[in-house]
Design a protein around this ligand. Structure first.
Ligand code: SF4
Ligand code: SF4
Length: 353
């Protein structure tokens, strides 16, 4: 699989100052992207005045959370504290999973790292823009943090972004606890958290067996669907990888198609999977998606609330959907009867009123 260059992501492209070194380098190499990105830069940023969901008090909840998360980023890496302690892989795996769950992870999985898990180059911060990512650990601990259904079902209102930032923060804290612990027992470890990733979290999480990437381009877990935020810690401590097996998400997505219908940016493809760079998958249009974020002032999330897996499907049924089109149709009909095209909750939550 071709590695992703972080410089191509919208988050990186929107992070550079006009005419900075990063800006000049990128658009010299990608002149076709300049006009679109310059137009985006004229729009207000997320949670800024002028966006559809702006509120002088409520938008500050999101700003405060993002500022706090940004303050944590420098602690993603650190020194190994002491000589490595001997711990057998089975015990290490069990205890690390316990620690991650205790501090807020809902699902935890482990995989050996692959080259394609890592970005090829860094891109989001000017200070290390263009740095090739060469340092790689042997294992990755991936975890998902459940996001509150009542908040996500208010998408694309501000409750949604309050909850996604909450998810990013919890994932960052879990990653800090696990990576600090690993360095305490003598093993190098890095927390890959919001705004400071060296890895592409959904690819790692899929290989760690905690879910499967669906039509909407992000990880769908059996337990919470895509209503999760992901975190990853990489390390050289010997661990036991989990088995990654499809549970039928892609087949389900083939007949569902709901998120492509509700996406306000028309960013999610409909129809059957195509082959992109040798891999069968759907590819969302990140430019169209991000444009919607800039006009809403939130990170939208309509697709998260639309996905039937987010609303909870009986686990026994999920475990039997593989190759069972009739059961998939039955699940979709039940969902339609209960929620229509999606479960949208209008009434404001107390946190914002
Ligand atoms: S976040 Fe919104 S705009 Fe982006 S893909 Fe999901 S539904 Fe579409
Ligand atoms: S809404 Fe349907 S098509 Fe979209 S990701 Fe969820 S299951 Fe797949």
């Amino acid at each position: 699989m071709k590695k992703i260059d972080e410089r191509d992501t919208m988050f990186a492209r929107m992070a550079w100052e006009s005419n900075s070194d990063a800006f000049r380098d990128y658009y010299n190499r990608n002149p076709d992207k300049l006009e679109f990105d310059e137009e985006l830069r004229t729009l207000p940023n997320l949670s800024e005045e002028g966006t559809a969901t702006y509120d002088s008090i409520n938008s500050r909840i999101v700003d405060g959370l993002f500022r706090f998360i940004a303050d944590l980023r420098p602690f993603a890496e650190g020194e190994i504290i002491r000589e490595p302690q001997v711990i057998d892989p089975e015990t290490a795996t069990r205890r690390i999973k316990e620690i991650a769950r205790h501090f807020g992870a809902s699902i935890v999985g482990i995989t050996k790292t692959e080259d394609y898990h890592y970005y090829s180059h860094r891109g989001r911060m000017e200070k290390n823009y263009g740095e090739e990512i060469t340092k790689k650990h042997k294992y990755a601990i991936a975890f998902a943090v459940e996001m509150d259904k009542d908040f996500i079902n208010r998408s694309p209102q501000i409750e949604q972004t309050i909850e996604t930032t909450h998810g990013y923060l919890t994932a960052a804290v879990v990653g800090m606890v696990v990576s600090y612990f690993l360095r305490e027992i003598g093993y190098d470890a890095r927390n890959h958290m919001d705004g400071n990733y060296l890895v592409v979290a959904p690819l790692v999480a899929q290989d760690a067996g905690i879910g499967e990437i669906g039509r909407l381009g992000i990880l769908i877990t059996k337990e919470y669907g895509p209503r999760v935020r992901l975190g990853v810690v990489t390390t050289d401590l010997e661990l036991i990888p989990d088995i990654s097996e499809s549970f039928g998400v892609k087949e389900f997505c083939e007949i569902c198609d709901k998120c492509s219908k509700t996406c306000p940016g028309r960013a999610i493809p409909s129809g059957i999977m195509g082959e992109i760079e040798g891999v069968k998958r759907w590819k969302i249009d990140q430019e169209k998606c991000y444009r919607i974020w800039r006009s809403l002032g939130t990170d939208c999330g309509v697709c998260l609330s639309t996905c039937p897996f987010s609303q909870g499907i009986d686990l026994d049924k999920i475990n039997s959907i593989m190759g069972n089109t009739e059961l998939m149709k039955e699940i979709l009909e039940e969902h339609e009867k209960k929620y229509g095209i999606r479960n949208y909750m209008k009434e404001k939550l107390n946190i914002i009123k």
